[in-house]
Design a protein around this ligand. Structure first.
Ligand SMILES: [Mg+2]
Ligand SMILES: [Zn+2]
Length: 221
């Protein structure tokens, strides 16, 4: 379906692409884009799972309202669309990379009915630093944002991160790019509202969008 999957190693000095289920080391490719949209998956593209739970299979996930339109809007403007997603369930062996790929291909198939497509996925397959091993990519660390910019040679000021969690905003701030809060109403909305208003008052004041479509239209012309 033309959607590539990538991840960094724990140290953050090697970058892999998933090819036929295998990890193949790659350097950043030479695509160029003036702009890029890096979009969190759970709570922004699909429904957020319950707190401390993960999606394990495609049948669990529902694409949120406005998402196919939002992604089509970006496709029509030649803005590459990359998902950036923490996937500690891989580290915990709750599911495998191939399951993640399968889940994301179901999202791709669903939005393709509206003529929309996601260009790729960058995921963090590592655990929480407190529980397991640290890495440079688990949001709020900036590794996945930096990888997305590296793939497309995009400048910081034209890089947009859309997320529903304070950790998404943190990853954008830590990478020096534009954070946009998609204020999806879910079981952790109030917690996020509090955290984002305290830690990132400028982001909080500037924009609170109820769904991805409202956010992309406001931010990307
Ligand atoms: Mg999220
Ligand atoms: Zn990681």
């Amino acid at each position: 379906m033309g959607m590539q999957h990538y991840h960094l190693n724990v140290k953050g000095d090697k970058f892999f692409k998933i090819v036929d289920g295998e990890e193949v080391r790659v350097d950043y490719s030479l695509k160029n884009s003036e702009r890029i949209a890096l979009i969190d998956r759970d709570g922004v593209i699909v429904e957020k799972p319950e707190r401390h739970k993960y999606w394990h299979s495609p049948s669990d996930m529902n694409v949120l309202p406005g998402v196919p339109q939002a992604i089509k809007y970006l496709n029509d403007r030649n803005v590459p669309v990359m998902i950036i997603t923490n996937q500690p369930g891989i580290y915990k062996k709750e599911f495998a990379i191939k399951d993640l790929v399968e889940m994301n291909e179901v999202i791709q198939r669903s939005i393709s009915k509206n003529g929309a497509h996601i260009d790729g996925v960058i995921f963090c397959p590592h655990g929480k630093a407190s529980e397991t091993e640290g890495c440079t990519c688990r949001k709020p660390s900036p590794g996945m944002v930096i990888s997305g910019m590296g793939l497309y040679h995009t400048p910081e000021e034209k890089t947009y991160v859309f997320g529903d969690f304070a950790s998404d905003i943190g990853a954008a701030v830590n990478a020096g790019v534009n954070p946009i809060w998609v204020a999806t109403k879910h079981d952790e909305y109030e917690i996020m509202r509090e955290q984002i208003s305290e830690k990132y008052p400028d982001v909080f004041k500037k924009a609170q969008f109820n769904d991805l479509y409202a956010a992309v239209k406001a931010v990307i012309v």
